[in-house]
Design a protein around this ligand. Structure first.
Ligand SMILES: [Zn+2]
Length: 301
């Protein structure tokens, strides 16, 4: 995981106190953050406050913060914590969960995830503060998961990726995942075990692990997946989805991620993109009218 050149340049400019860069950063992310906040807090004004606070926290910490993935992921992390802190109700605790409906039936949650690695830590909460996300365990696990996801994406194994998202990210029981994907339950189990094997091997191969006793719980796996948004499509992919210019396989996958999985982060980004497109259309149309009427205006004068 490393931050992109663009993000690094933007961040450096903000650190230098470049007002134009800061404006650009706000302009880039305000829409998707607001859309996300609006789905999680009942009052629209509260959502705006929280997004403002998020940018304030970001800029206050800009000289010390260590961004390992992207500015977007970092901002969403601050926002998520801000919502949890602001709205102290039970449902707000689920803010980082992908689709609340999947977590209604606790007895369905499988308990054998990472069994051979696991020493389940019940104190690991779903929502950790963003400072805590930099722990070594999470880093190792995040790298292992990222490797798995990248391999599946590059090999075009999008069906397996869907299975992984449902069983690890959503902690859905195999039976339920099979039903949603219209797959054989046995096949879901096979895919799940193949994924776990790959994660285990990647963790075992990690250099850092030799000197430390590292244990993972299934909650940590899910938490890392959600916090780092490991399988979320890129913004450009969401844009291509909006324009329907993706291959049928990827179109189907993104549709699954947005609709079946119901990823709150991506849904917020997607709504923002849709709105931007409308704005662009509006501006484009206005320009078109102007171009065709400006001559008439001059004639009159
Ligand atoms: Zn997503």
């Amino acid at each position: 995981m490393s931050i992109s050149q663009e993000d690094r340049a933007l961040l450096e400019a903000v650190r230098r106190g470049d007002a134009a860069a800061w404006t650009r950063l706000i302009d880039e992310y305000q829409g998707r953050l607001l859309r996300f906040a609006q789905t999680r807090v009942p009052q629209s004004a509260d959502a705006e406050d929280i997004v403002q606070d998020t940018f304030a926290s970001f800029v206050k910490a800009v000289h010390t913060l260590q961004i390992e993935t992207s500015v977007e992921t970092y901002l969403f992390g601050i926002l998520r914590n801000a919502i949890v802190n602001r709205v102290r109700t039970r449902w707000a605790r689920t803010v980082c969960l992908i689709q609340d409906v999947y977590h209604g039936n606790e007895t369905d949650v499988s308990d054998d995830v990472l069994a051979s690695l696991s020493s389940a830590d019940p104190s690991v909460s779903w929502c950790v503060s963003h400072q805590e996300q930099h722990g070594l365990q999470r880093q190792i696990l995040a790298q292992a998961l990222q490797g798995l996801i990248r391999d599946l994406q590059e090999a075009g194994k999008l069906r397996d990726l869907k299975v992984a998202e449902l069983v690890f990210y959503c902690q859905l029981a195999g039976k339920e995942a099979a039903r949603l994907l219209q797959m054989d339950e046995g096949l879901v189990r096979v895919v799940k075990h193949r994924c776990l094997k790959s994660i285990r091997e990647a963790v075992a191969a990690s250099d850092a692990i030799r000197d430390l006793s590292v244990s993972f719980s299934e909650d940590m796996l899910t938490e890392v997946w959600a916090a780092e948004r490991l399988s979320c499509p890129k913004r450009s992919t969401l844009g291509a989805f909006l324009l329907e210019s993706l291959s049928p396989e990827w179109f189907d996958y993104v549709d699954f991620h947005l609709t079946t999985l119901g990823c709150h982060f991506c849904r917020a980004s997607f709504k923002d993109l849709q709105e931007q497109q409308t704005n662009e259309q509006h501006t484009h149309f206005r320009q078109q009218i102007l171009n065709s009427t400006i001559g008439l205006l001059s004639d009159d004068m």
